[in-house]
Ligand binder design. Sequence first.
Ligand code: SF4
Length: 72
Amino acid sequence: MKITVDRAKCEGYGKCMQAAPKVFKLDEKFISVVLDATGDTDQKILLAAKLCPTKAILLDEEESGKRIFPLP
Ligand code: SF4
């Protein structure tokens, strides 16, 4: 799964980090960065994306590039 954090949308709430601590961390500007895209299960990563209040986490299928979350 390809994980993208939209840095313009992230407001540093840290929900993603709580849901999937091995995948997301906050950088020195309190913006989420991807530490390790395979650090947690896809389920936890999806939960993290769903918990993000600003929908700053975008998930796509690695091979097809198909959007997994958020869906339009
Ligand atoms: S939950 Fe969303 S807004 Fe909060 S730190 Fe993570 S990506 Fe940023």
